[in-house]
Design a protein around this ligand. Sequence first.
Ligand SMILES: [Zn+2]
Length: 257
Amino acid sequence: MLKRKGLHERGKSRIITLLCLIAIGSGVAVQRDIISLTGLVPAYQLPWTPLVLDQPLGVVARWKLSRLSRQPEACRDFLLREASSRVTALPDRTATNGCQLVNHWRVAAVADDNGGNEIAAVRFNNAFIASCPLAVSWLFFERHGLQPTAQTFLGQRVTQVDHLGSYACRNIYGRENARRSEHATADALDVAGFRLAEGRQINLLADWANEDDAEGRFLRAIQQAACQSFGTVLGPDYNAAHRDHFHLGTRGWRVCR
Ligand SMILES: [Zn+2]
């Protein structure tokens, strides 16, 4: 009798647990729908919606961006949706000396002008190889950092970015015992200068020291803007190795020196 009662109680508690799990599950789903439908939070700020380029990076979008290195499909989808006229997928390269390239892209020097909203894209002095997260981070920086900062400080657009390269299979500073650089996986771009619509050139080597000039103020503002889109940003104030460029890397979280 006691045994039968025990079995009965156990069965009842299992059913209650199951009902609770169903209730919690549907509660979460309903909550998602309510938040979406009522417009309490814009869709792009919800953690479960895809990253969109139109909106500047808030905390949630930065979190989504940081996850793209572990979500190759989502990263690929973003690039094909937002920058198909500027990027071409490259075949994976197996590791040689520990520098494996997976889900990496060629960013063209000049965007193909069939690309709709990408027509006004900046030019580069050379095409470069970029990991998917680097290409995505660059797009956010260009749209929400570089061009608005140029308009604010110089009253015009940047038309060309001069860089020193992105991919190099090496350790940090080329040291034998250091860890692999972000450049070893094309996760960083070194930017040396900018050319403006009116033709002027601004270079880190020549203009960083001119703190009181528009050029020097522009470069400092650019570094701060880059810190919104990249995980690691190093400039001339960091050390002598960076006196002529900004290192814009995707790893790290708000390293901005
Ligand atoms: Zn670098």
